[in-house]
Design a protein around this ligand. Sequence first.
Ligand code: NAP
Length: 486
Amino acid sequence: MAGTGQGLRLAVIGAGAGGIAAAIRLRERGVSDVVIFEKAGEPGGTWRDNTYPGITCDVPSHLYRFSFAPNPEWSHKYSPGPEIQAYMCKVAADYGVEARIRFNSEVLSADWRDGAWEIVTNQGPQGRFDAVITAVGILHHPSLPDIEGLKAFAGVAFHTARWDHSVALEGKRIGVIGTGSTAIQVVPAIVDRAEKVSLFQRTPQWILPEPNLPIADEKRAAYRADPSLLADQYAHLAQAFNGAFCAAVAGEAPDVYARMAEACLDNLNTVADPGLRARLTPDYRMGCKRLIVSSLFYPAIQRPDAELVTEAISRIEAGGVRTADGRLHELDVLVLATGFDAHHPFGDMRITGRSGRPLSETWAKGNVTYRGVTVPDLPNWFMLGGPNSPLGNFSFLMTAERQLDYVLQLVDLLVEGRAREISPREAPTRAWTQALKEKLTGSIWASGCRSWYFDAHGNVATYPWSYETFEAEMKAPVLEDYALSA
Ligand code: NAP
């Protein structure tokens, strides 16, 4: 039990990147009674779920890795999804995480009762846990478009995170709804195989060109032979990405921002037809939506077998998509690249804390956390990738590890018996939330566009400060901001 320094029993929810890292780092700390609940049959999270054609990570691979498992083998600057999934599975296997995962176990409820979390999954009650680390992902619950007639479509329709690989694309008329990072990767990857691709665009995007070059064999051999080269590469990318790229998107490096915007406009100017170029031109500031990285999209959309449809969708019919100009776009396959519900991280999971009040009620008007990691009413409940975590173009693995550093310091208090229950106080939680709101109000994300950064209440719900600020915040918990019951 908590407080004894031994026998701390901990549940991790989710065996994606965050959950894998949590299990490994907990064991390093001597916490070995850890159960990971995973609703699917395989680890990997987003890389298990997203298998759509063209999937790569648009964060450089040498930055998108666990600090404790640098990988000399990445094939590309931006490696393909299956390679990342193989990396996740390999790390889980190499570090003995897999043995701790209860697969096909979806957590249905977590209730704080008499000093412990009682967890019930679809497999039944799982017992009591002293603490819970949630690693349920941010972009996990597919968002289906609220378009009339979706069910009436006579062809095959699926969301990009549920790609149906049994459907052959060769010679098909394929519609893609959406122009987010996902759709922009899908279109170039399928246009060769399809008879025609119709891309239904509601909002044009800012697109930064970035060729995805393979990493040469010699380079990989050098990384293998000398791990310090990998560390140097990581440091270089971390500076280029977090210090410059992400800071610029967050409006904190105006010169870099200007250069990036110019590169996007130069990229747009490669579109030869002025009419098409005009329809692809955004009317909001770069960085308001998540910046898209692709050198493949503009060439793909200019092909004769691709069509950009900018008329609004009126409805979906058996034969295809009907647009506001009355035209029926006849389709065999409809791909819903319509994103995710990023603001209900726990989905239908019922969570009740100390007060007995469901978290869904407490968060009914918006998710409130202390530094994105803890919640006042939920003792010993620690979140990786929780609400108001840094989003956008950061490496999720980097940010999750920083949050984990912070969480593990709180877990240490339980292990050492210095506390039995840890939860943030209300006043610092309110103060942090207020500071966040003020900073977000004037942020680039609130500068006039629609994006998944907004929650259902019209509030931007991301992390408004720089990566350096985030790192500093996660360095050590301010213990005065916590109620620690012995
Ligand atoms: P998204 O960015 O939320 O884009 C969803 C798209 O669907 C938008 O273009 C949206 O239009 C459109 N849409 C939604 N409902 C619609 C409707 N009813 N009618 C017409 N259009 C509709 O989703 P995503 O592309 O899946 O990307 C989500 C996030 O996943 C990204 O921002 C990124 O963080 C992550 N991601 C990362 C990578 C990577 O390489 N690291 C790759 C893919 C995704 P509006 O723009 O008009 O709202």
